[in-house]
Design a protein around this ligand. Structure first.
Ligand SMILES: [Zn+2]
Length: 220
C-alpha cells in the first residue's frame, strides 16, 4: 500500500467552533433529535456553543438545562425568532430581554454577551447592532453553513460542506448548524471525526479571539 510509505504531511492544529441554533423547527422534526445530538457531543467530548431561542427554552426547559450542564456555551437566539430588522426599537429591546429571561430561567446561565440574529438578519444593521449593544450583546456570525435544515440535502454533502469549509477557513472558523434536523444528528459524528483528523481543536465561541469579524449570511 503506497499510502503507508508516503509520509503524511504534518497536521497543523487550528481552532474551530461548532455552533447550534436551538429553536422551534419550521415543521415537526423527529422527536428526540436534539437530545441525541447532545448525547453525541458528550460521547465524543466536544464542547460547542448553543444559541437558544427564548420560546424554545420555555418549551424544552430540561433540554436547555442539559445544554448548560454539559459545559456548552449558551447564547441568545432571540425570543420570537423574528427578523430583527423588522422590530421597532422597543420591540428589539423587549425581544432580546424576554429571551434572556427565559434562557436564564431554564438554564441558570446568563447568555450575555453572545447573541445570534435569527437568519443572520440585522448583522449589517446599525440599528440592530446598537440594540444588541444596549442589551450587552454582540452578534456572532459564522464562516461556514451547510443549510442543514433543508429537506433532502444529502448527508455526504452536508458533512463535506462543513468539514471542507472549516478546514479551508482554518483558525477562528465557526460553523452554523441546527439542533433539530435529523440529518444534522446523523452527520455530526462524521463531521467531528473528520475535523479532528484534519487537526481541528473543537472549541466554544468564547475561546476564539475574533468572533466580531465573522461574516454571516441569510439562514435559519
Ligand atoms: Zn434560528
Amino acid at each position: 500500500m503506497a499510502r503507508r510509505h508516503t509520509k503524511k504531511p504534518a497536521v497543523e492544529p487550528f481552532r474551530t467552533a461548532l455552533t447550534f441554533d436551538a429553536e422551534h423547527p419550521d415543521r415537526r422534526s423527529t422527536p428526540g433529535v436534539q437530545e441525541r445530538l447532545l448525547d453525541i457531543l458528550d460521547r465524543l467530548d466536544v464542547k460547542a456553543t448553543f444559541f437558544i431561542q427564548g420560546r424554545w427554552a420555555e418549551a424544552y426547559p430540561d433540554t436547555a438545562a442539559r445544554i448548560a450542564k454539559s459545559g456548552h456555551l449558551v447564547g441568545n437566539h432571540s425570543h420570537y425568532h423574528a427578523r430583527m430588522p423588522h422590530l421597532s426599537r422597543d420591540g428589539l429591546d423587549f425581544d432580546i430581554k424576554t429571551a434572556e429571561e427565559a434562557i436564564i430561567a431554564a438554564t441558570g446561565v446568563d447568555p450575555k454577551p453572545w447573541f445570534r440574529n435569527p437568519f443572520g438578519a440585522g448583522s449589517d444593521s446599525r440599528r440592530v447592532l446598537k440594540a444588541l449593544d444596549r442589551a450587552g450583546y454582540v452578534h456572532v456570525g459564522w464562516s461556514v453553513e451547510a443549510w442543514d435544515w433543508e429537506p433532502d440535502r444529502p448527508l455526504a454533502e452536508l458533512v463535506d460542506t462543513i468539514v471542507d469549509g472549516l478546514v479551508t477557513a482554518r483558525d477562528e472558523s465557526v460553523a452554523l448548524l441546527h439542533t433539530w434536523p435529523k440529518r444534522t444528528e446523523k452527520a455530526l459524528p462524521w463531521i467531528i471525526d473528520r475535523l479532528r483528523d484534519a487537526g481541528a481543536q473543537l472549541v466554544r465561541v468564547d475561546q476564539l479571539d475574533n468572533i466580531i469579524a465573522l461574516p454571516s449570511g441569510p439562514s435559519s
